[in-house]
Design a protein around this ligand. Structure first.
Ligand SMILES: Cc1cc2nc3c(=O)[nH]c(=O)nc-3n(C[C@H](O)[C@H](O)[C@H](O)COP(=O)(O)OP(=O)(O)OC[C@H]3O[C@@H](n4cnc5c(N)ncnc54)[C@H](O)[C@@H]3O)c2cc1C
Length: 409
């Protein structure tokens, strides 16, 4: 790092941190903007390990940040990908009602789509079959024409190129290990005092926020999502196919994604993880973190806060290979366990829990002051929202209201 004091340091080179750094430098040419990433390369966590779906924006409660940024985020990614040569596939999405009670969610989803200004329409079985011939016998379905897919790792690489071209410095293999007054400590022993600090540390964001005195009542509860990749290249799905979600739950349910490479995948499941970066087995075991998270999960199980018991039960059931395949087979024909023997790279959701009120946070959460801003709960559709969300954060930083109210806008 050059000796010039950075105007802005962003902690974390995921899609959100990179988008914030880019948005800042676009509006403040000549500023020195540095992104610090503890891993050897950007996008090694959620940003490079997600479904790669550019959501349309109909799931989210009108007025929430998710609702405000998803439609525009989808549009801006499409523009970015075509400018930067990143592959994108306009797949659309079908939501299939596999049980009669699923139909109860249709009016609310259609209303949210309308209020969020997002196209979504009900289609007949025949129409659904024209869109995706492998659709099973469902009577009714919803169709979202704006949903698209990309390869998240490719998209992050495009964002890294773009940010660097604009002068953003990205330092990899450098973690932020603590803070003292306004100076941050780096894993290589340096201490720096930037003009402003943005914490976009994903799974570690609550921890980093606490170093600065924020997020006292929130903890990240990690949920791992596994994927199964199809080995069958005959007639893969050409549209993303989702179940109708239970809107009381934080996740959208196991679905089929029509990948940008033409490949079909099933997932993600949603299993509580034992520590924040538990991608597989016991590799990288973190005993202290496991004890803390395990204790929190146990407490949630006992008290059954926000229906955690049934969430955990469903998550454990649906995370099994056979169950994931069965769930997908409920949606479309031609899904056979024999075609799904390969696991993809799992991703871990940085789901935030308000430990005082014992509830899951459903929207993005921002805390901060005139020196630092902390981005918490950047869960799905955080990838889709990245560009407009970053513009919004930058405007808040400029107006000195990064977290004037301590949390939300
Ligand atoms: C299974 C799964 C499926 C998803 N599917 C979709 C989808 O289809 N569409 C969609 O829009 N969204 C999806 N999402 C959500 C999306 O991936 C996230 O919202 C988004 O990637 C969050 O980006 P981020 O930059 O906040 O976090 P991350 O990508 O986690 O980046 C945070 C970075 O901070 C770094 N870091 C942490 N601590 C430090 C430190 N102390 N010092 C330096 N660096 C640090 C980490 O190494 C990491 O690179 C999905 C997420 C998951 C897990």
């Amino acid at each position: 790092m050059s000796s010039r004091r950075p105007d802005l340091v962003v902690i974390g080179a995921g899609v959100v941190g990179l988008a914030v750094a880019r948005a800042w430098v676009i509006r403040h040419p000549g500023h020195r903007v540095v992104v610090l990433e503890k891993e050897p390369a950007p996008g090694r966590h959620a940003s490079g390990r997600n479904s790669g779906v550019l959501h349309a924006g109909f799931y989210y409660e009108p007025g929430s940040m998710k609702a405000r940024f998803t439609r525009e985020g989808n549009r801006q990614w499409q523009e970015f990908c075509s400018e930067r040569g990143v592959r994108i596939r306009k797949t659309g999405k079908l939501l299939l009602a596999t049980r009669p009670r699923n139909l109860e969610a249709f009016p609310l989803l259609l209303l949210r789509a309308h209020e969020n200004g997002v196209p979504l329409r009900e289609v007949s079985r025949e129409e659904a079959r024209e869109i995706q011939p492998r659709v099973q016998g469902q009577e009714r379905a919803l169709y979202s024409p704006e949903t698209a897919t990309l390869d998240p790792a490719e998209a992050v690489a495009g964002l890294v190129r773009d940010a660097k071209d604009r002068g953003v410095v990205i330092e990899t293999g450098i973690g932020v290990t603590g803070v003292q007054k306004r100076r941050i400590r780096l894993s290589d022993g340096r201490r720096i005092e930037p003009g402003f600090i943005v914490n976009a540390a994903g799974l570690q964001a609550d921890r980093v926020a606490r170093w600065f005195g924020f997020s006292p009542d929130h903890r990240i509860l990690p949920f791992r999502g596994n994927y199964l990749l199809s080995s069958n290249d005959q007639n893969p799905v050409r549209t993303c196919v989702y179940p109708v979600p239970d809107l009381a739950r934080p996740f959208l349910g196991v679905h089929l994604t029509a990948g940008v490479d033409g490949r079909e995948k099933i997932g993600p499941s949603a299993r509580p993880a034992l520590w924040r970066e538990q991608y597989g087995g016991l590799r990288g075991f973190r005993p202290r973190e496991t004890a803390e998270i395990g204790w929190r999960q146990l407490r949630l199980l006992v008290r059954n806060d926000f229906g955690f018991r049934s969430l955990a039960r469903a998550a454990l059931r649906e995370g099994r290979h056979r169950m994931m395949v069965d769930r997908a087979a409920d949606l479309i024909s031609g899904v056979s366990p024999a075609h799904y023997t390969q696991w993809g790279r799992p991703g871990i959701r940085a789901q935030l829990v308000d430990i005082r009120k014992s509830r899951l946070e459903t929207d993005f959460r921002i805390e901060g002051d005139e020196h630092s801003l902390h981005i918490l709960n950047a869960v799905s559709p955080g990838f889709t929202c990245a560009f407009p969300f970053a513009d919004y954060l930058v405007r808040r930083m400029e107006s000195g209201t990064a977290g004037a109210d301590g949390s939300r806008p």
